[in-house]
Design a protein around this ligand. Sequence first.
Ligand SMILES: Cc1cc2nc3c(=O)[nH]c(=O)nc-3n(C[C@H](O)[C@H](O)[C@H](O)COP(=O)(O)O)c2cc1C
Length: 177
Amino acid sequence: MDIFQVISDRRSIRKYKDTPVEREKIEQVLNAARLAPSWKNMQCWRFLVLTDPERRASLLQAFPDDNPGKKAIAMAPCVIVVCADPAESGVENGIEYYIGDTAIAFEHLCLAAHGVGLGTCWMGWFDEATIKAAVGIPEPIRIIGITPLGYPDQEPKPRPRKELSQIAFFESWEAPC
Ligand SMILES: Cc1cc2nc3c(=O)[nH]c(=O)nc-3n(C[C@H](O)[C@H](O)[C@H](O)COP(=O)(O)O)c2cc1C
């Protein structure tokens, strides 16, 4: 699929079929994440893949009931906890790049998943300590996000986006696109 097509067709998927995801496809999307750019190429990201139903279910207690994606965590046959080791990245101008590094890798993963017919939904609204305790993630590691991974059982309409003129400027901050 053309890259622009993948970018424009990707959606946050919150309903999944119970069809298991093939191990090769899981590794394919993880490989796409692995190829992301990062601070000094230090590759601080780590991915915990959960397919075991009990381990996946143990995550649910960390999500508020009004998180619109909570049911997707219960429904999808695979969940990926996207983590970072802050010690393997840098800080510049007060910006902690482990977050940016891992966000890029996470989006590579989401786009690659869409490219092979799988759905994802970046989720950031959960209690980190509860997830760490539930699945045994060591203390220095941060959780950047969590996504269900599986075959979509819905085709959501595109969510609105700001116009280019609201977010991009040519040559001067006073000259919107
Ligand atoms: C950092 C981040 C955190 C998010 N957290 C959640 C979440 O906790 N629950 C949820 O249902 N969706 C979550 N989303 C998904 C957004 O709601 C979604 O990307 C946005 O509404 C645009 O829709 P689209 O992804 O279908 O284009 C999150 C997205 C990002 C990038």
